[in-house]
Design a protein around this ligand. Structure first.
Ligand SMILES: Nc1nc2c(c(=O)[nH]1)N[C@H]1C(S)=C(S)[C@@H](COP(=O)(O)O)O[C@H]1N2
Ligand SMILES: [Mo]
Length: 493
């Protein structure tokens, strides 16, 4: 009875394989995501030097402006998916493609454990497991294997470890991963505090990854060292009448399949970045939108929480059109608001200042990983829309920056949906921490949309265009970073 109950039914073996498949994709893409901001913190200000661990050798200059893009590290394709430099968009798309599969697989596994009584294989029912596990540990430490009688089907140490991985580490990965969503933490600022803040959650997510890497290595080693090949028989063809030769074949083919998949995924992603972005976001974006897309920002940090340091991403334009304006304190600056509106506008800074002002103290979350809190003052986008009155078929709003340089006519731009724009915290900010917006942060005026990752918040605004489709803006994927770095256009996590 006991043996039958705690055998290895087919569903369990399938769950196990899907998990194995997912976890390597999550690990490799996760490492690539980390490489784009290879520093971890326990504080949400992410002041340079305050990180508890840093990867790579880059040192930022002290004599000139640098941006968070400059801090990203190159990473080998043998380790990361897809590897290379600034492949954050592709690695995120892999991560978010696999996360739902992994989570559903985990939920079905835990549910089936519960309803079949198989949970007894993992969850200890008596405290005696602790001294028994200690005995086991001492045995393994002497490079010996506990006696057969210790396995039911796992030995106590093995059972405790599996239980911790399934019921502690995996949930921790999901819960800390959710803290990365600016939309979620803008709506529920108390949530990341459960983990000590968004950066502490990011650190814990990394520590969880390291735990899983060490666990996987030890697990694989012990599978080969202890009770090999019977354990492979159990896990591949089941324990009732394990055909060990068949099991070894199936296991080898499955593992070779996983390796081939990674080779293919790496090469395909690197060679066909755009194609992968289009296919992956077609699946991932509706999910992200459903989970996080409708959340409104409800955060209000205190003055005391304002960060002493706020990173910069995106250099100030060097085009004459911009630098001349800057020299004249932007008195000549005008922002055109047009497209599908009843009443096109041309606003100066004085016009903006004359409109009702909103102040908000919010947390900025760059897609690369850093964060910072600041006060922003400006005009709600809903006020602007009330003035220009979008036409009935208007659906999106494009925000355009000054071009970067004369020789490179490239100008930054991003698109938001009309609904995003109506969030009360979506503002045209001309003030940061009660001072005129400084040049590195987007003077004279920038967008703030507090439910999105940083790249949506166009700095150095020049024009706003109300449209019915975003395909005509830039290369048509929803913004500059979507066009050039293959990010998704929802930007809610
Ligand atoms: N014009 C312009 N706006 C931009 C960018 C840029 O490169 N150019 N970078 C974006 C990104 S990725 C981030 S994280 C924020 C950073 O804002 P900050 O420089 O004020 O910290 O600006 C966004 N707006
Ligand atoms: Mo960013």
């Amino acid at each position: 009875m006991e043996q039958e109950l705690l055998g290895f039914p087919l569903w369990l073996r399938i769950n196990h394989f899907i998990n194995l498949f997912c976890i390597f994709v999550l690990m490799r893409s996760g490492v690539q995501i980390l490489a784009d901001h290879p520093k971890l913190y326990w504080n949400d200000d992410t002041t340079p030097g305050s990180e508890w661990i840093k990867f790579g050798k880059k040192v930022m200059p002290t004599d000139r402006l640098w941006t968070s893009m400059d801090e990203a590290e190159h990473i080998n394709s043998l380790v990361a998916l897809p590897g290379g430099h600034h492949n954050l968009g592709a690695s995120r798309n892999w991560h978010f493609l696999i996360v739902p599969v992994w989570v559903l697989n985990g939920l079905s596994y835990v549910t089936l454990l519960g309803v079949t009584g198989q949970w007894r294989r993992l969850l200890p029912t008596s405290w005696t497991i602790i001294p028994q596990a200690w005995e086991s540990l001492l045995t393994y430490a002497r490079f010996q294997i506990p006696p057969d009688s210790a396995f039911h089907p796992y030995d106590p140490l093995q059972q405790l470890t599996y239980a911790a991985v399934v019921f502690l580490v995996a949930p921790l990965m999901i819960l800390t991963g959710l803290c990365m969503s600016p939309a979620l933490i803008a709506r529920y600022p108390w949530y990341p505090r459960l983990f000590g803040g968004r950066q502490a959650a990011r650190s814990l997510h990394f520590i969880g990854l390291m735990t899983l890497v060490v666990y996987t290595l030890v697990h694989l080693t012990l599978v080969v060292v202890v009770h090999f090949p019977e354990d492979i028989g159990d896990m591949v063809v089941g324990a009732t009448s394990p055909n060990v030769a068949l099991a070894l074949w199936v296991a080898s083919i499955a593992l070779i399949g996983v390796v081939l998949f990674h080779l293919w995924a790496t090469v395909y992603t690197l060679r066909h970045q755009r194609q992968f972005q289009v296919h992956a976001t077609a699946i991932v974006e509706p999910l992200i939108r459903a989970l996080f897309g409708r959340l409104r920002s409800r955060q209000q940090y205190t003055k005391a929480e304002i960060s002493p340091y706020f990173r910069v991403n995106g250099y100030p334009p060097e085009s004459e059109a911009y630098t001349k304006q800057a020299e004249a304190q932007f008195v000549e600056w005008r922002m055109a608001i047009g497209g599908l509106v009843e009443k096109p506008l041309m606003l100066s800074l004085a016009d903006l200042r004359a409109l009702p002002k909103q102040e908000q103290i919010t947390k900025h979350n760059c897609i690369q990983g850093w964060s910072a809190v600041a006060e922003w003052g400006g005009v709600q986008m809903s006020t602007i829309l009330d003035l220009c009155r979008p036409l009935p078929h208007a659906r999106y709003v494009g925000f355009h920056a000054f071009s970067q340089a004369e020789y490179a006519p490239l100008a930054y731009y991003e698109v938001l949906t009309l609904d995003d724009v109506l969030d009360p915290h979506t503002i045209l900010a001309y003030e940061m921490n009660w001072n005129p917006l400084p040049i590195p942060h987007g003077a004279p005026c920038r967008l703030r949309i507090e439910t999105k990752t940083g790249y949506k918040m166009v700095k150095y605004l020049r024009a706003i265009e109300v449209v019915d489709t975003f395909t005509t803006i830039g290369e048509g994927h929803g913004g500059y970073r979507e066009d050039h770095q293959y990010y998704d256009k929802v930007a809610a996590i």
